[in-house]
Design a protein around this ligand. Sequence first.
Ligand code: ZN
Length: 229
Amino acid sequence: MASSLSITFHGHACFVLEADGRRIVIDPFLTGNPAADIPVDRLPKVDAVLLSHGHGDHLSDAVPIAKRDGATIVATFELAAFCTTRGASAHAMHIGGAHEFPFGTVKLVPAIHGGMVEGDEAGRFTTHPCGCVITMGGTRIYHCGDTALTMDMQLLEGHVDVMLVPIGDNYTMGIEDAVRAVRFVMPKVAIPMHYGTFPVIEVDPERFRKAASAHTQVVILHPGESWTS
Ligand SMILES: [Zn+2]
């Protein structure tokens, strides 16, 4: 069944995916994001909010958006539990598990990063960051989340069409490791993310394009731009 998927970048690690009349947002960091092209009130209505982890530059607007749109937050169990304490509805999953939603399928995969949850003052929620493999409109998208290069990525070879890969270094993989990650996964398309938002993660995405182009098609999206399958 042919249908098309569009992926719109909103800066940092925030992407909107749309297919078959359904729309989801991943890591909605719009408020306070110097790289965002739109404020949160201009984000169109979404069916779900996917979260890779609980840091402020990813969790950010998730709960307000979920409440506004009646959208479901999809996250690892502990982060989902935190979001429900803030009044959002959430679907808890965990790493290794997949679930079919009305908008498509989500599988959570490992990521190596920090587990603090922004706003969890009591420190109750010990969370584990993840990546997400989403199937929508017949396309398989791997949002790596914030992560180091991991051997686990090799397990995804042959299972990913579009890879959303952090390249900004310092907090995540830099360009060199991101290219190795692309070689592990061998997606058809790689879109760099998590760079340029703050001075400490300033890198030139053209360096990534140059180094990764032998292995995949690199598409550099500026905030507000879309890629369509
Ligand atoms: Zn981050």
